[in-house]
Design a protein around this ligand. Structure first.
Ligand SMILES: Nc1ncnc2c1ncn2[C@@H]1O[C@H](COP(=O)(O)OP(=O)(O)OP(=O)(O)O)[C@@H](O)[C@H]1O
Length: 228
């Protein structure tokens, strides 16, 4: 069985101002093509875990594998490379650059990676926008489109480097129920079509119930939905 993510005994402390053991022996795996949500009360450690899984925080103990490769202990340069090549991000707030066009926003992570010429990146970005049904918005400035469209652009941007997994922190937190369902359907389709995996932190139970599995967290531990 190939796993996109494998976490083994992840522990994390904050020392601010006293020792706070925020993540406690977190172990779980995510299969290729799986769509997993993480739920739990505010403050239980979901975002802290997502920061670690997304390689943005390397200050923890335990082992983290992405596609079978051990990430724990790697230097920041290698972690940045892994992040750019293998992981796409979608947040509650889309963080699009408002004075750039939709197309330019989607192109940016690929231009930053520098693997393809700009003309190829432009073509790829257009394809992602069309996949998300917003090709007709490509040349608009990012601040001139609706909230639901912005989130689709953010998803197109997350897909531009063809990642193995998309990680979302409340990706539908700012959307109404119709747009939220749209985003769910897009994620579902991406998982079903292309071996992409999804890991989404959400407070939206209706959204989570439709994912393949809910990892339930409480006080820094996984208390439900684990398959190990
Ligand atoms: N930099 C930090 N220093 C000290 N404590 C922190 C820090 N960041 C988070 N915490 C604490 O760690 C705990 C977990 O925070 P985290 O943001 O991971 O929770 P969460 O489950 O994502 O919450 P929410 O659903 O409200 O976003 C909280 O008690 C928080 O106050």
């Amino acid at each position: 069985m190939s796993y996109v993510i494998e976490a083994k005994n992840i522990n994390k402390h904050f020392y601010d101002p006293v020792d706070y053991h925020v993540l406690r022996d977190i172990s779980f795996r995510i299969k290729k093509g799986e769509f997993v949500s993480i739920m739990g009360k505010s403050g239980c450690g979901k975002s802290t875990l997502l920061y670690i899984l997304s390689t943005m925080d390397s200050d923890y103990t335990g082992e983290l594998y992405l596609g079978g490769n051990l990430l724990s202990g790697q230097d920041q340069k290698e972690l940045a490379r892994v992040r750019n090549v293998h992981i796409g991000f979608v947040f509650q707030f889309h963080y699009l650059l408002p004075e750039f066009t939709v197309l330019q926003n989607v192109m940016l992570p690929a231009l930053k990676l520098g693997r393809k010429p700009a003309s190829q990146v432009k073509e790829d970005a257009m394809k992602k926008l069309e996949l998300l049904d917003i090709g007709d918005q490509a040349h608009k400035l990012a601040h001139r489109i609706s909230g639901g469209q912005k989130q689709r652009v953010a998803i197109a941007r997350a897909l531009i480097n063809d990642p193995d997994i998309i990680m979302g922190d409340e990706p539908t937190g700012n959307l109404d129920s119709r747009n939220s369902e749209n985003v769910f359907n897009i994620f579902r389709e991406l998982c079903d079509k292309g071996h992409l995996s999804l890991l989404v932190v959400t407070h939206d139970i209706d959204f989570a119930k439709k994912t393949d599995r809910i990892l339930e967290m409480e006080d820094g531990r996984i208390i439900g939905g684990n398959d190990i």
